[in-house]
Design a protein around this ligand. Structure first.
Ligand SMILES: Cc1cn([C@H]2C[C@H](O)[C@@H](COP(=O)(O)OP(=O)(O)O[C@H]3O[C@@H](C)C(=O)[C@@H](O)[C@H]3O)O2)c(=O)[nH]c1=O
Length: 185
């Protein structure tokens, strides 16, 4: 597995070693020891799958308290995936990083705890899967507006299909500071 760091410390792309043969391919999507050797000592407690049509955007989502680190990837189609540092007191507060993830490139994206996460679908459909370091907690579930100008995310689509919740999401500046994750060194 190859780790490719982004400009945003903590957020990285992981490229698994893919074994192809006449049957198709095989890769390890997660291996505790291989990840730990790359500085990612992760302990997953929940796995999720979603499927979305072209133009759907899910995000920007986070949990506070009980933040979730997420290892995300795509099994069908292609998405533009974004991580945003929304940790109070972080030297990189408000900065974002993005990666194109697809069923062809097998790339995984690591979204650390305390970051907001979202993606939009670039293909006809996309089947998205992710493992989480904390359980879903409906009371702690929160969103930031996908196109918050203060973040300036360079989304590749302009009129996404959003959930009601995501349409109503606040700007980062309007979230009370005690409702945001805390930066821990
Ligand atoms: C995320 C989640 C949702 N649900 C339920 C709540 C709701 O009724 C339904 C759909 O939830 P949502 O609209 O929040 O689903 P979705 O918009 O796909 O939410 C996800 O978006 C991406 C970007 C993330 O980063 C994830 O952590 C998660 O927030 O599924 C669970 O039961 N468990 C879960 O872990």
């Amino acid at each position: 597995m190859k780790r490719i760091d982004t400009d945003l410390p903590g957020v990285c792309v992981l490229e698994p070693k893919v074994f192809g043969d006449t049957r198709g391919f095989f890769y390890e999507s997660y291996n505790r020891d291989t990840f730990a050797a790359q500085g990612l000592a992760l302990d997953f407690v929940q796995s999720n799958v979603s499927r979305s049509a072209r133009g759907v955007l899910r995000g920007l989502h986070y949990q506070w308290p009980n933040p979730q680190g997420k290892l995300v990837s795509v099994l069908e189609g292609e998405v533009y995936d974004v991580a945003v540092d929304i940790r109070r007191g972080s030297p990189t507060y408000g900065r974002w990083a993005a990666a194109v993830l697809s069923a062809e490139n097998h790339r995984h994206f690591w979204i650390p705890e305390g970051f907001a996460h979202g993606f939009c679908v670039l293909s006809e459909h996309a089947t998205f899967t992710y493992q989480c370091t904390a359980l879903y907690d409906a009371k702690a579930d929160a969103s930031i507006r996908w196109n918050d100008a203060a973040l300036g995310i360079d989304w590749p689509i302009s009129e996404p299909q959003l959930s009601d919740k995501d349409q109503r999401a606040p700007l980062l500046a309007d979230v009370p500071s005690d409702r945001l994750p805390v930066f821990e060194k």
